[in-house]
Design a protein around this ligand. Structure first.
Ligand SMILES: C[S@@+](CC[C@H](N)C(=O)[O-])C[C@H]1O[C@@H](n2cnc3c(N)ncnc32)[C@H](O)[C@@H]1O
Length: 165
């Protein structure tokens, strides 16, 4: 999988994992969803600080790479699962934390994502999202890769605030 061949991407996920760990201050008991986990770089950065992570992605190929990495490093607290917004949530538990990095700009209906995340959270649960800022298409130059040319962070925050139940 070429994703991990770019050291910049791996480093970015590590930086995001550190920032989320510092902001969320997990106490080691948390059940976490990593949405759009890809090859699991964010999940791997957060795993030492939480109880368990369900690492979901819509792409089988990404999850296969993650599964291989987990066997190689011997981590058993990350569970890769194929899932995306719009699919049945019945098999998912409720989470203490939902984290996501560089995925929301690939999700067409961010309001549906926000509603689903809130439904999947324990009372008092928290969501942490790191994503591409609005960029007029400079990051994803080829058409059809992303649903949004980045995400305006204030707009996204508003979408999530409005979707709280
Ligand atoms: C840019 S990668 C980010 C991977 C990882 N979070 C990281 O930061 O290294 C985006 C990931 O989101 C996944 N993805 C895109 N749309 C998705 C969707 N609607 N539901 C779940 N995963 C999605 C892609 O398959 C890909 O693995």
């Amino acid at each position: 999988m070429i994703w991990d061949k770019d050291p910049g991407r791996v480093q970015m996920a590590k930086t995001i994992a550190d920032a989320m760990k510092n902001a969320l201050a997990p106490d080691g008991t948390e059940l976490v969803m990593d949405y759009g986990t890809g090859t699991g770089n964010l999940a791997l950065g957060i795993a030492p600080y939480v109880r368990r992570i369900i690492a979901v992605d819509s792409a089988k190929g990404m999850l296969l790479v993650l599964k291989e990495k987990l066997v190689t490093v011997g981590i058993t607290t990350i569970e890769p699962r194929e899932w995306s917004i719009g699919q049945d949530t019945a098999d998912l538990p409720v989470f203490d934390l939902i984290v996501s990095s560089m995925t929301m700009h690939h999700v067409r209906d961010t309001a549906a994502a926000a509603r689903t995340f809130h439904q999947l959270l324990q009372p008092g649960g928290r969501i942490a999202i790191a994503d591409l800022d609005s960029d007029n298409g400079e990051f994803h130059k080829a058409p059809g890769i992303a649903e949004h040319n980045g995400i305006d962070r204030k707009d996204l925050q508003q979408v999530f605030l409005e979707s709280r139940v």
